[in-house]
Design a protein around this ligand. Structure first.
Ligand code: SF4
Length: 326
């Protein structure tokens, strides 16, 4: 049994213009010590998937169904109090923009201490010692001084490190990192991804890395699940997926990854067109309006997610099946 198993997750939002089917039957699993990337453009459902796992979506407007199990325990069936204990203690989360998640009027040390105190009953002196240890762990230089500083006094990279310290404060078994490096420059991005790898190596933490950028997954992840229009449309081991993508959308995302020289010459490929409106019913393949290989058959019949090679699934009529349905 995998540490986290998501089975047939569906999340729908009520909107004034109809039901938005943001996540439609998504399944995946993550083992201890493994990193799974969930990749796709914005609006493809990847962040809604992570917020559904954490049950952080507004309960009035959003409804999730399916199964999300942590060591066999179904998180969607827990009471809010039980779920609160899971957040932070068992699953930690890092968001894209630390300034909106950190409290601007509390020192960094106070925020990390408060987070630890929420989950553990220990003395103030021990809290301060643990907070300092966490800032050290995430590579904040001169941590004793930084403990007394406020978020606006730190650089973007340092703030993201504080967010990681907060997410790791109670040693969760799973870390969900939602676009953790998008707002950072390339050098700091690489440092943050290296930090996540180090933490995983040392603590065996499972990581779900959510990103729109296939360029960051190569060295950081074991497997990649690609989402499009609320569905998983491809999944494989990272090396396999990067070397041999089966879905035209994944190939489009790969072509959009800047490589040395290509971006500078201004020839970065873009996938033309837009993600379909998920409030409207759709016949056929959801990528057909943007796919260079689309046929009339594609526009009429939605492809199923099928095994295309060992450990490699994709939802595309033109990718040869391997002898089974995923
Ligand atoms: Fe393109 Fe057809 Fe494959 Fe959809 S099923 S991705 S439209 S080739």
């Amino acid at each position: 049994m995998a540490l986290l198993e998501v089975t047939d997750l569906q999340t729908h939002f009520r909107t004034p213009k109809g039901i938005n089917r943001a996540v439609q039957g998504v399944s995946f699993s993550v083992d201890a010590g493994e990193t799974l990337a969930i990749v796709g453009e914005s609006g493809c459902g990847k962040s809604v998937t992570s917020m559904s796992i954490m049950r952080l979506l507004p309960s009035g407007a959003a409804k999730s169904a399916g199964r999300v199990t942590l060591d066999g325990r179904d998180l969607l069936g827990l009471s809010e109090a039980e779920m609160q204990a899971v957040r932070g203690n068992e699953i930690g989360m890092i968001f894209q923009e630390p300034m909106t998640s950190l409290n601007p009027v509390l020192t960094v040390g106070a925020q990390v201490s408060e987070t630890i105190a929420l989950h553990q009953n220990i003395s103030r002196a021990e809290l301060a010692r643990r907070a300092l240890e966490m800032l050290d762990l995430v590579g904040i230089p001169d941590a004793p001084r930084r403990m007394n500083e406020y978020p606006h006094q730190l650089s973007g990279g340092m703030r993201q490190r504080v967010m990681i310290a907060l997410a790791l404060a109670c040693k969760p078994r799973i870390l969900i990192a939602d676009e953790p490096t998008t707002a950072l420059d390339v050098t700091i991005q690489a440092q943050i991804l290296e930090l996540l790898r180090d933490i995983q190596r040392e603590h065996g933490t499972a990581i779900i890395l959510i990103t729109h950028d296939l360029g960051v997954v190569a060295e950081s992840t074991n497997r990649v699940a690609v989402m499009y229009a609320g569905r998983k449309i491809e999944e494989a081991a990272t090396d396999t997926l990067l070397a041999n993508p089966r879905h035209p959308y994944t190939r489009g995302l790969l072509a959009a990854v800047p490589r040395l020289g290509r971006a500078e010459r201004g020839r970065l490929a873009e996938i033309p067109g837009l993600v379909p409106d998920l409030r409207k019913p759709l016949d056929g393949c959801s990528f057909a309006n943007r796919c260079p290989a689309a046929t009339e058959f594609c526009r009429q019949y939605a492809p199923a997610l099928e095994l295309k090679a060992p450990g490699h699934v994709a939802a595309c009529h033109l990718a040869e099946p391997h002898g089974g349905r995923a």
